[in-house]
Design a protein around this ligand. Structure first.
Ligand code: SF4
Length: 251
């Protein structure tokens, strides 16, 4: 079955050079996405389309080299990608990461079915919780056509996710919702089109340790506990059609 994603999010690393009070991830972890995990994912699955490809962390610049490796796989497999979205905290710069993004931008412009003129966006998170971005890093980023101007803003309480450090610090007004982690059936369907069968997935998160998660707006601990499976020992079709290996408990 071919994979057709509306949104696919890939966690490049769980390392971070900040420790924001509102971080929904919780404590950073010394885990990087590896070439071996990326190989397993692209070899076990036939990916046809990714609408929006999101990259996250931790701070992705701390594992920039894996981004270029992923992009090379996408190009080698001729996967159609419409656009990318990328967020960093602006403290460090990675040539490897920018090389990878430039390559992805050029590939999207060349191959996209929609021939977009806006292939993606790179943003720097700046609010009352993040440290001020490094001016030298910002100066370099501003040369990139897909860099979004920094929007320093006050993050409202209602927008802070109730997980990780935000939960410990009592910063969110929301209640934790584990159903989004569990209800993976709502996020996929199987479709026939012109003689091919597609597993159409509206959203999927691949964590740096290879876990497949139904909701990426959670803490690392919850995402691991509620993982649907892992790309190192299962293909995505199996994970969705057979269901999680262990029963996921509701609150
Ligand atoms: S919010 Fe982002 S920059 Fe801040 S600690 Fe969490 S992952 Fe790091």
């Amino acid at each position: 079955m071919k994979l057709y994603y509306s949104r696919l999010q890939i966690e490049l690393t769980r390392r971070c050079n900040q420790s924001c009070a509102h971080c929904c991830r919780g404590e950073s972890q010394n885990i990087d996405l590896t070439k071996e995990i990326v190989d397993e994912y692209f070899e076990k699955n036939e990916i046809y389309y990714i609408g929006t490809l999101l990259f996250s962390g931790g701070d992705p610049t701390l594992n920039g080299k894996i981004l270029e490796y992923i992009v090379d796989k996408i190009i080698e497999k001729e996967i159609i990608v419409d656009m990318f979205m990328f967020g960093i905290n602006g403290l460090s710069y990675s040539d490897e990461l920018v090389n990878g993004l430039n390559k992805l931008r050029d590939y999207i412009l060349l191959k996209s079915e929609k021939q977009r003129h806006w292939p993606g966006v790179l943003m720097v998170s700046q609010d009352q919780f993040h440290k001020e971005a490094n001016p030298e890093v910002v100066e370099k980023l501003q040369r990139l056509t897909y860099f979004s101007p920094i929007n320093k803003h006050i993050m409202k309480e209602e927008n802070i996710l109730p997980y990780g450090r935000a939960l410990e610090n009592g910063l969110s007004k929301q209640q934790p919702d584990l159903n989004k982690l569990i209800d993976y059936q709502k996020n996929y369907r199987i479709r026939e089109y012109k003689g091919d069968t597609y597993l159409v997935i509206s959203y999927q998160y691949i964590s740096a340790n290879g876990n497949i998660i139904n909701d990426g707006c959670q803490s690392y601990d919850l995402m691991d506990e509620y993982a649907l499976g892992n790309v190192q020992n299962q293909c995505i079709e199996e994970i969705y059609t057979k269901g999680p290996l262990k029963k996921l408990k509701r609150l």
